[in-house]
Design a binder for this molecule. Structure first.
Ligand code: ATP
Ligand code: MG
Length: 264
């Protein structure tokens, strides 16, 4: 269910309220993926969701995006915003259209919005330039490296000028150097667009590099174990004491999330 968001301090772009989800199998057994999740993303805020594999991170993003439904609870948006006009989603798995050249891939969302070809191509071209793929507009996805595809996926999501961007482990399959490049690219784009971001990762370093706030989920069923504000200046120096103390805080919260489930 989608309703306007009334949480106003700080201004809230997106709020997940008491969301629970159980998947039922054909044999009648259930897998509870999420338990009573309450999560707000402020306007212009960068929130990182971190938790162990299988704890329901993708399920939560799918529920926010309207690709799945919750059993209980609701998702609401800032007044004037809804899934159709505010949201874009970079999926966990590679989602460019293999039969479309890069320009047409990036322009896809604008095409769906009914934008005329010259306008959508101009916008897509500018975005490809912003993500460092200006010379590849005629390439097909299979002609690109993994890092280039992720750049293209980011450009594709940003083409519709989302106010809220959902990203599900977008850099999970990349080598360290490419991951760092794309982290910086995303931070630059986020700072320029002032959009709200909800970003999923397994990687504790990545969480502390990127987040204004880190939300730590427990083992399945995913419950919020802790929220950690990361008020460090950007770009963040990973060798400083405040950075490493935040890493430790996240790691401890993840361990406590694992224990709390074993103990129940
Ligand atoms: N469509 C589905 N049908 C049945 N069970 C599902 C379905 N989707 C997810 N699940 C189960 O729900 C749980 C949460 O899955 P989800 O993909 O949300 O985890 P995740 O935190 O994103 O994991 P990962 O970090 O590995 O991507 C898992 O136990 C998974 O098996
Ligand atoms: Mg996932």
């Amino acid at each position: 269910m989608t309703t306007p968001c009334h949480e106003s301090v700080p201004p809230c772009a997106l709020a997940v309220q008491r969301v629970s989800k159980t998947f039922c199998s054909a044999r009648g057994t259930g897998v509870q993926a999420l338990e009573s999740i309450d999560l707000a993303v402020g306007s212009g805020e960068f929130v990182v969701l971190i938790g162990p594999t299988g704890c329901g991170k993708t399920t939560l993003l799918n529920i926010i995006a309207g690709l799945d439904h919750s059993d209980r609870g609701q998702v609401c948006f800032e007044a004037g915003m809804n899934r159709e006009n505010a949201l874009a989603y970079v999926f966990q798995h590679y989602t460019l259209f293999p039969w479309r050249r890069l320009l047409a891939n990036v322009a896809f969302g604008l095409q769906m919005q009914g934008k005329k070809r010259p306008a959508r191509n101009a916008a897509a071209r500018a975005l490809l330039g912003n993500v460092g793929l200006g010379h590849f507009e005629h390439a097909y996805p299979h002609e690109l490296s993994g890092g280039m595809r992720q750049r293209a996926a980011i450009a594709q999501a940003l083409a519709v000028e989302p106010r809220i961007l959902l990203m599900d482990e977008p850099f999970g399959a990349l080598d360290d150097a490419t991951r760092k490049d794309l982290q910086q690219l995303l931070i630059d784009l986020w700072q320029t667009t002032k959009m709200s971001v909800l970003f999923v990762t397994h990687n504790i370093d990545e969480a502390v590099v990127m987040a204004d706030r880190i939300v730590v989920l427990s083992d399945r069923p995913g419950r919020i174990v802790k929220e950690i504000t990361v008020d460090l200046p950007r770009p963040r120096d990973q060798l400083t004491k405040p950075f490493t103390s935040r890493l430790l805080e996240v790691r401890q919260a993840m361990y406590s999330g694992a224990r709390s489930v074993r103990d129940t």
